[in-house]
Design a protein around this ligand. Structure first.
Ligand code: GUN
Length: 308
């Protein structure tokens, strides 16, 4: 089998187009301009890339967009004060504090300080609780984007066995809730799961979100499954690259390692997924693009809900 590659680019573009039209509509008919503020702390390299993309995209779609870049040494109290200021500013519809945060900061308290109506990440306990009860809420962007990929690619979810590898608050747990809402039978596997390979190999829909380069190999993929790769890992080891990539892209990947010192790899072996799966999201160019698109959608959603 040669898997169909699910292009995150096309689906993300379609969603962004829909959001841009809504932004225009809100401006023309209601004089509203949705606003997103992104807060980044310290010098985490991946966070810099993600935040840059979020700020740039919101501006492109016609929203009010603001970025705060704070020093690694900022105190918990100072960050909390900024969040409270953003809560009180009426033109700010969405507040996103990029994770991870430095050690001196109590991440939980910061996320809980964000006004739930402005919580475009969907990480506040109020939104997490609403999601788990099937109430309308702001939903975490990456899992919501994965549902969009599946639906817009006409992949059936209801009645299917969906296996999620990883139980994070950002992806694994909310992914389970969203798949459950779509009537999948959901299993979550994690580092303490005893027979993980056996369970994964039963999945019609397999979501890998553990942060281990190429962890999912042929033995974990059921023939004909839809494999969603949420990982984003750097690989500099040439031998590992030779195991993970097929002839179709190995040369290009080795060139990238030679030139930049690393290549981006998800949690799934692309070679094995292409051989065994029916559908597969590539890294880069898959789920990551949807995360940004869904954040834009959430910001417009927040603007509409807040300003009625
Ligand atoms: N770090 C990694 N993914 C995310 C995300 O979706 N939102 C935030 N705020 N931080 C992240």
């Amino acid at each position: 089998m040669t898997a169909r590659i699910l292009s995150g680019k096309e689906i993300a573009e379609a969603i962004k187009q829909e959001v841009a039209e809504e932004v225009k509509d809100l401006a023309e008919k209601h004089g509203i301009r949705p606003g997103l503020v992104v807060v980044r702390v310290g010098e985490d390299a991946a966070s810099a890339v993600y935040v840059g993309s979020k700020v740039k995209t919101s501006a492109e779609l016609g929203m009010f967009s603001e970025q705060h870049h704070l020093p690694e040494s900022i105190s918990h109290e100072e960050l909390l004060k900024l969040v409270k200021e953003l809560n009180s500013r009426p033109e700010v519809d969405g507040i996103l504090v990029q994770l991870p945060l430095p050690k001196q900061i109590d991440e939980r308290e910061i996320l809980e300080a964000i006004d739930p109506e402005k919580d475009v990440d969907g990480f506040h306990p109020i939104n997490v609780g609403k999601l788990s009860q099937g109430q309308k809420s702001l939903e975490p962007c990456t899992p919501a984007g994965i549902i969009e990929i599946l639906k817009r690619s006409n992949i059936n979810i209801a009645g299917e066995h969906a296996v999620i590898i990883g139980r994070s608050n950002i992806v694994g747990k909310p992914m389970a809730q969203l798949l459950l809402r779509e009537n999948a039978t959901v299993t979550i596997c994690h580092s303490r799961t005893r027979n993980l390979a056996e369970i994964a190999a039963q999945a019609d829909i397999l979501v890998a979100a553990i942060g281990k380069a190429g962890f999912v190999r042929a033995g974990l993929i059921k023939e004909g499954a839809s494999v969603i790769d949420v990982g984003m890992n750097s690989v500099s080891d040439v031998e590992l690259a030779k195991e993970l990539f097929g002839a179709d892209e190995l040369e290009k990947r080795l060139n990238t390692i030679a030139k930049r010192g690393f290549t981006l790899v998800g949690d799934v072996s692309p070679k094995d997924a292409k051989e065994r799966a029916a559908n597969f999201t590539p890294v880069p160019g898959g789920v990551g693009l949807l995360t940004v698109a869904m954040l834009m959608k959430n910001t417009v959603e927040a603007a509409k809900m807040r300003r009625k």
